[in-house]
Ligand binder design. Sequence first.
Ligand SMILES: [Zn+2]
Length: 474
Amino acid sequence: MRIAINFLFLLMSLTVLAQKDDGSYTVLKHVNIIDVNGSPIQTDMAVIINGNRISSIEKTSKAKIPKNALIIDARNKFLIPGLWDMHVHVFNNISKTPPDTNDFSMYIANGVTGIREMWTKMESMPEVNRWRKQAYELPGTVPRIGAVGTMVDGFPSQWTNSDTATMEVSARQIVQQIKAAGIDFVKTYNRLPRKAYFAIADECKKQNIPFAGHIPNRILLKEAADAGQRSVEHLTGSRIVFEDDCENFIAETKKELKDSIAVNSSIVPIIEQALELCDHDKAFAIFRYMAEKNVWHCPTMVLYKRFATDSLVIVNDPRLKYISSSEKASWMKATGSRLRRKASPDYLNRALAQVLQMKKAGINFLAGTDFDNPYLYPGFSLHDELQLFVDAGFSPLEALQTATINPAKFLGAIDSLGTIEKGKIADMVLLDANPLTAIHNTQRINAVFVNGKYLSKETLQAMLDKAAAFVNKK
Ligand SMILES: [Zn+2]
């Protein structure tokens, strides 16, 4: 059970929050509770929140309602666990703008009460710790920062600002530094040489710190599974299954592998794997292998949806009102040429088909967006990702699991988060309609509870209005 051990220490940062009984009670009456484990909906329930924990769940008629409790009539409404976006970049290391705390209110207003940050620099840890403290002291202002990772790439790195490791020694050193800085995991990236990757894997085991991220260009999927990589982002390493044709992809793979250091001998197996992935039965066997090794996938399909969407729709997205003009300009610059191309749904459709194949092979999924990539929106885009899981062939329940119970399991926090149960932390979203009949109902948010704090529809709207006003002043 390496998984559990690896992520267990995260619990400390997730629940710095010991029981916080401040004598205050909030009661949801007549609510319908969605069990993300898949049991039938519990109807007409009373959920009592004491401090930041759920202290009781009973039929409303049987519940003992504490005096002076804040009572919320939740008749005909549906309660789900707080949502997680498991792939975000709140540090804006690409645009290099400072962390934008304005984004936080957009996550929360969208019911996203937890995030996994995929590219924290080591020197940013004091800031993460400040935010984590604030999440506890001023609940409702910052989502739960479940895990933060530092990106390690080969040299030269794909992004100029990355940490790099090329040799075994430097790879081990960087893992030790990351651990010492209080970072939760190592994020592996595309150009890591094989030696550095395997040294990272081994040193992570020694330091008892997980690693997750991209599967580097020179690493086979099965090798990543054997090495103990915990999650794979954006379907890296296997995207060939949904590439137009194998020949093209193999030519591109060869070109990609010609970066910095020529390691020709290691290219052959990668090309062989590419050919295997072109064969659906062989691809399925590889996915089975990854499932058996408990390698999770965070496909960020919403990232690919942008290029399946007409550019006029993208540049007229009403959610752009939450994005500053400088950020918008950088988005335009980064994606201009791609946006001018005709929308191509094929690429997205193949991604969806692959995700379904992987699910059939038994792979577990995490919902993530890859914000702050251009034309993605804090909070909002997570709901788009949930819809894409359903478009791929997941049931609404299965889609919901990728943003609730699955992140809690993945982070080793299932004892305190991820479902609505007595004793758990009250991170919850109250919906005006049933998300199990249509996943887009996750957007019909009536209220959000963050670490026990109740935020009404009006409060959430005010947070969004403030976010829009803030960026327009910039
Ligand atoms: Zn990312």
